[in-house]
Design a binder for this molecule. Structure first.
Ligand SMILES: [Zn+2]
Length: 431
């Protein structure tokens, strides 16, 4: 006989978590993994499912002006100021089920644990499941949270969907959002209402697996500057016939540049700085170039990220300097597209300290680490909301169907946030 699950019993929480993840995965399955497109019917259906679950368990749940789902204990429904806990509902195409969703379910389960045990949070808490964080669908990222903070600009609203080419504005209207205030830059959620923003997210790198730890507190979210395509133009020739002194080989020029950037990276890291540098796309012209031909140009991408705006400035300066040196030394020319830039976001010291203390009280040794990937938390932090994040151990990275998060690790992260919400903010705010 199937046992009826009782959410007031802690032992049933793993089963509840498994069920919530499985039910939502079943709403947006794809050829591999899940696809929950931003501002789509699948995203809406997933939010409606969570609304049903929340109401079934005695919580309040309603859609806000951005058509995000907001849930709370009944007594916190009309709170003027509150701690916002949440993450995003959408996934990348054929992505994993945990990126974003883990933070939403963690928030919901904190509410369920509090409600079923009759406990009260130290401060009013609202849990939000936001739409449209992933850049994979329209180009811009953090769409839902930027709209809430009045930071979504007109060019982003005009961005075309990767599939049907219709604008983001159209897609937002179709799910019921009035885009006029968004276009006017009015915050759909007044920032003064937010005491704090807290987000749980799977780690998208290998650190926690390597350290054999279930969770960590995030120190900050790296900002970046990114070039989608830089072209190095040289001069083609026969691989056997052109002596070295006559060559303007763009492949060697680009290799030279990478080594100089790597030297700069190592120097910054040696001095305790935070930096990651990646060229994920590097290619000659595959249709034209051959084993016996010196390529006439090389195209490559460049992604530079750091927690420090100064380090990003230093790397911009290094790039400019080395490009012109290499041009002079090797007789090549670099053509740069305009860079996409995002400012780093520092997590709030008080929140970080509080989450670390909660982590300790929940029985885990506190670890602090930066976030390499971007999150909605960066939008709230840069809008001036004291913000904190907890990372959960996850294998195989994210943005792919092989994300691997253990439910025990998820519950560890959820318990850290629950402990924090129960005890930390009030004691910290009163000081
Ligand atoms: Zn995410």
């Amino acid at each position: 006989m199937t046992r009826v699950l009782d959410w007031s019993v802690r032992a049933d929480e793993p089963l509840l978590a498994e069920k919530l993840f499985a039910d939502i995965a079943a709403i947006g399955p794809d050829k591999v993994g899940v696809s929950r497109p931003a501002f789509s019917d699948i995203e809406t259906a997933s939010l409606n499912y969570l609304k049903w679950v929340a109401e079934l368990h005695g919580l309040t749940a309603a859609f806000d002006e951005g058509q995000n789902l907001v849930m709370s204990l009944p007594q916190d429904e009309n709170a003027d100021r509150f701690v916002l806990v949440g993450s995003h509902m959408d996934s990348v195409p054929m992505g994993g089920n945990f990126d974003g969703l883990a933070g939403v379910i963690a928030g919901l389960m904190c509410l369920m644990r509090a409600h079923s045990s009759g406990a009260r949070f130290a401060l009013p808490v609202k849990v939000i499941a936001m739409r449209g964080e992933e850049s994979a669908w329209f180009g811009p990222c953090y769409i839902g949270s930027k709209a809430l903070m009045g930071m979504l600009d007109k060019s982003e609203l005009a961005a075309a969907h990767k599939g049907d080419q219709r604008s983001l504005d159209d897609h937002m209207k179709r799910v019921g959002i009035d885009t006029a205030p968004v276009r006017a830059g009015r915050a759909l959620l007044p920032v003064k209402q937010l005491l704090e923003y807290i987000e749980l997210h799977i780690e998208q790198g290998p650190l926690l697996v390597g350290k054999d730890l279930p969770a960590a507190v995030v120190s900050g979210i790296r900002g970046n500057f990114r070039h989608k395509q830089i072209r190095c133009v040289g001069e083609t020739g026969h691989s056997g016939a052109v002596p070295r002194a006559f060559r303007h080989d763009p492949v060697l020029a680009v290799a030279d540049l990478f080594m100089r950037l790597d030297d700069g990276w190592q120097a910054i890291t040696r001095n305790g700085g935070d930096l990651v540098v990646t060229s994920g796309m590097v290619h000659t012209d595959v249709d034209k170039d051959a084993i016996s031909r010196i390529a006439d140009h090389v195209d490559f991408s460049l992604d530079v990220r750091s927690l420090s705006p100064d380090t990003l400035d230093d790397m911009r300066a290094l790039l400019t300097r080395e490009l012109s040196k290499i041009e002079a030394e090797r007789g090549v020319r670099f053509e740069l597209d305009s860079a996409n830039q995002t400012a780093p976001a520092q997590m709030h010291t008080r929140v970080v300290t509080g989450l670390q203390a909660a982590m300790k009280r929940a029985g885990f040794s506190p670890l602090i680490m930066p976030s390499g990937g971007g999150h909605d938390a960066a939008v709230f932090a840069n809008a001036g909301v004291p913000t904190g994040m907890v990372f959960i151990r996850n294998g195989n990275g994210s943005h792919n169907p092989d994300e691997a998060m253990d439910i025990d690790d998820f519950l560890a992260g959820m318990s850290i946030i629950y402990t924090y919400l129960m005890e930390e903010p009030a004691s910290q705010l009163s000081t």
